[in-house]
Design a binder for this molecule. Structure first.
Ligand code: SAM
Length: 366
């Protein structure tokens, strides 16, 4: 007999679902995730999104944190089958920014009010530990009131420690999928799900605010895989979770695969908000690329971060992870203004504060 879900209830820290006959199940229950990911009951879905908004507002009010994203290199030694900057894509127009260029991006971002800089790039051997720590240290010394987020892939623990000591506060490393067989479908032999997870645990132990996450609708992904991802995140307890749709790139082995859907992405954002109530959850550029109203819908499903681009305009169109990536041309200030208007239209406002995870102790850096 199919269960009938009557209501989502939130009692301080306890989030549950009432099913028929007054039975109540904890939101941490895998069967509820399955139900929420597959239901075609519009009332239940509306209930899911409004509950996610209640939890989001309880912790962050109507603030949406904006992070200044600097995509500083598109060289990559990896060959992930989904990614437009994979090393085998000979058509990619490669670039890397100098330390001075990165600092100048931070400088214009700081003047606009940004207090978090996210440095993202492919796994580029040019940025040795020495070069990267020097960049991090230079940014942190110049802007000690800002948080620095790194997203430069898999490294050994010693390297992560060096970046942390130099001043990096946060690290984004989507686990991509928690299932080893699915991981193998998405990545070549030399990469492993085990190592990706090891990196996340190392980062956490060092003291970073850690971000995991997945692409929704990546080739071969099933509902059971997504349930494993939720299990993994429940165990890891990340501070941030990056969830965006998979979008095909024409020069990859997945060129002809279908994109992930808006529907599944926002369901998963809302479930993540309920499962990890204080998490920092971006409404991603990929979501905005998939659907012109994608980011608004993401926020209305519990997301609370956006990441406007601070990279120099001349290189933006070369950081192409997937086709038709949004906003490759507009100025940082212009991008911020557009996001601000977009958020105001749905009753939220952009905050440029550091925006640490609610309730998290922030370390002193000297
Ligand atoms: N090298 C770093 C890493 O591996 O985490 C950061 C850069 S990597 C390009 C950032 C993220 O982009 C990946 O974690 C992946 O989830 C996402 N990405 C890559 N290709 C994508 C695609 N075709 N569609 C959607 N997201 C994609």
């Amino acid at each position: 007999m199919k269960r009938i879900i009557i209501k989502l209830v939130i009692i301080t820290d306890f989030i549950a679902i009432y099913i028929g006959d007054d039975v109540m199940l904890d939101i941490k229950d895998k069967n509820i995730w399955r139900e929420l990911l597959t239901t075609d009951n519009p009332e239940l879905l509306e209930e899911l999104y409004s509950s996610a908004r209640i939890v989001q507002k309880e912790h962050y009010g109507n603030k949406i944190f904006a992070r200044g994203l600097i995509e500083f290199t598109n060289y990559c030694k990896n060959d992930c089958y989904y990614c437009g900057i994979r090393r085998s894509n000979r058509d990619a127009c490669r670039y890397r920014l100098t330390k001075e260029q990165i600092l100048s991006c931070c400088d214009s971002g700081y003047k606009l009010g940004f207090r978090t800089f996210v440095l993202q790039g492919g796994e580029d051997g040019y940025y040795t530990d020495e070069r990267l720590t020097d960049i991090v240290y230079s940014i942190k010394s110049r802007y000690p009131d800002c948080a620095i987020t790194l997203s430069v892939g898999e490294k050994n623990r010693e390297s992560y420690q060096k970046y942390f000591d130099a001043g990096a506060d946060r690290y984004l490393l989507r686990h991509e999928t928690a299932n080893t067989d699915h991981y193998r479908l998405l990545h070549p032999q030399e990469m492993s799900c085990e190592n990706r997870k090891r990196c996340l645990w190392d980062l956490k132990e060092i003291g970073y605010q850690v971000g995991a996450g997945i692409m929704v609708g990546s080739p071969g992904q099933t509902i059971e895989h997504i349930l494993e991802d939720l299990e993994f995140m429940k165990e890891l307890q990340p501070d941030m979770v990056g969830i965006g749709p998979f979008l095909p790139h024409h020069a990859t082995p997945f060129a002809n695969e279908s994109a992930g859907t808006l529907d599944m992405t926002i369901r998963l954002l809302a479930i993540t908000r309920l499962l990890l109530p204080e998490v920092l959850l971006p409404a991603t550029t990929a979501l905005g690329t998939l659907d012109p109203t994608g980011r608004e819908k993401g926020v209305l499903a519990g997301a609370n971060v956006v990441m406007p681009n601070l990279s120099p305009e001349s290189v933006r169109e070369n950081y192409l992870l997937y086709d038709n990536k949004l906003c490759t041309g507009s100025e940082a200030a212009e991008g911020l203004r557009m996001l601000d208007e977009m958020m105001k239209r749905i009753g939220y406002e952009i905050s440029l504060d550091r925006g640490d995870r609610a309730g998290r102790e922030v370390r002193e850096w000297h």
